[in-house]
Design a protein around this ligand. Structure first.
Ligand code: ZN
Length: 425
């Protein structure tokens, strides 16, 4: 897909027809299943435990026959069979690096990085040969910064491997070297901007940024607007994890996140592992085609949904919608899932709100939702504010709740955003 010698990026696969894409993924799937079964002890034992041979998984729907692997499974397997839990397919001495991610999870780093998915994401964000990018992801122990570093190389983009921290030095380097692109978390970009403003710099004239690519954190639309407005550039995000790499990236049209070609993404019911229909919210599960550390049906713990309408950018892949939160943060009220993320979006519309907490209780077998709000300062029309918040919350969540105001400091700093106090007996 990418001709490294020239930093030239070939995009034909991004525009495959539906039929061609299905055939391509089917072939890649059967190849990786057979390969994984032959070379990885952990994958083989999981197939054998289910009494299934790789040949029986013929298409994407058949994946449902295979078990989901959770991060905790990976940790357990690795404790039993260190360091990689038997998921690896090549011996330790053939590796370039060994990464350690929170968990802890050990990950083998291949000698020659071939995964093109992050490069696709960086290209879609606008990074091109000849650009110079500040990589503020952490180069210490975890693979993410290295994955981006290698992917920039595929595109012919130069990199300043700075990692996070030391804001004034970062700004000095952007100015001295005429850095054109930013790579990092949205919150670190915000810190950089605030530091530059603190130095009385003109963000448009004194910095030379043309593109910014963010990831590894939630990126609310309100924050995007703020950052894009200040810098007058496009900021695009991608979604992925260190275990399974890039699973989605935004194009210039900002229409959800295109699923890259070399991965299979399913949206599944967390309880049953069955695939959900297009548009339904469920857990993101990925199957990668890595020949070093293949992951078959790896559950990310993140919630999203699929979009299949065509994107005006011309890419034909399905897209992931917004990341709606973590599977373990969700609360069901009146049978409807409520995510902290949705509540954050509503509260962002009310500048007077300093802090909030939703408490779910149960009375006479009926769920009750109370929205406790702490104000920044007293407002003239409390009743009006109460009604507006209740209305916006109901529209966003499809569940009715009561707003109650509490005094400043009434909600502890570390309180859960959604506190489920229902007792089931
Ligand atoms: Zn697009």
């Amino acid at each position: 897909m990418i001709d490294r010698a020239h930093g030239y990026y070939q995009r034909e696969k991004e525009k495959m027809s539906k039929k061609k894409r299905e055939a391509y993924l089917k072939e890649k799937l059967s190849e990786i299943l057979r390969y994984g079964y032959r070379h990885s002890k952990a994958i083989r034992s999981r197939f054998d435990a289910m009494g299934i041979k790789p040949e029986r998984v013929k298409d994407l729907k058949d994946l449902e026959k295979l078990p989901i692997t959770k991060k905790t499974d990976l940790v357990t397997f690795q404790k039993q069979t260190p360091p990689f839990g038997g998921f690896e397919v090549i011996p330790k001495k053939g590796l370039r690096r060994i990464y350690i991610s929170p968990g802890p999870v050990f990950e083998p780093g291949e000698w020659d990085y071939k995964d093109t998915r992050w490069a696709q994401a960086l290209y879609a964000c606008g990074m091109r040969k000849g650009d110079l990018v500040l990589n503020t992801f952490n180069y210490h122990l975890t693979p993410l910064a290295f994955m981006f570093d290698e992917s920039l190389k595929m595109l012919g983009v130069s990199v300043v491997p700075i990692g996070p921290g030391n804001l004034s030095m970062q700004i000095q380097l952007i100015r001295q070297l005429h850095v054109t692109g930013y790579l990092g978390t949205p919150s670190f970009l915000m810190s950089l901007i605030e530091a530059a403003e603190g130095m009385s710099l003109d963000l448009k004239k004194d910095l030379f940024l043309k593109t910014a690519f963010v990831g590894a954190e939630m990126f609310p639309e309100s924050l995007r607007q703020k950052l894009e407005g200040k810098l007058e550039i496009f900021i695009r995000q991608a979604y992925g994890t260190v275990d399974v790499g890039c699973l989605g990236y935004e194009c210039q049209k900002k229409n959800g996140m295109h699923i890259p070609e070399n991965v299979i993404v399913e949206i599944v019911d967390t309880e049953t592992g069955k695939q959900l229909e297009i548009g339904a919210t469920g857990e993101i599960v990925a199957t990668t085609f890595s020949k070093v550390f293949p992951m078959i049906r790896f559950a990310t713990g993140d919630l999203s949904y699929l979009i299949k309408d065509p994107c005006p950018c011309g890419r034909t892949s399905m897209r992931l919608g917004k990341i709606l939160g973590r599977t373990d943060q969700v609360t069901k009220v009146w049978g409807i899932f409520i995510h902290p993320w949705q509540v954050d979006e509503v509260m962002a519309k009310f500048p007077a709100v300093a802090n909030y907490q939703i408490v779910v209780t149960r009375k006479d077998y009926r769920d009750q939702m109370t929205i406790y709000i702490e104000l920044k300062e007293e407002v003239v029309d409390r009743i009006g504010l109460k009604r507006s918040v209740e209305k916006e919350m109901e529209e966003a969540l499809k569940v009715k709740g009561q707003v109650e105001f509490v005094q400043i400091g009434g909600i502890p700093d570390r309180a859960k955003k959604i506190d489920d106090r229902r007792i089931w007996e």
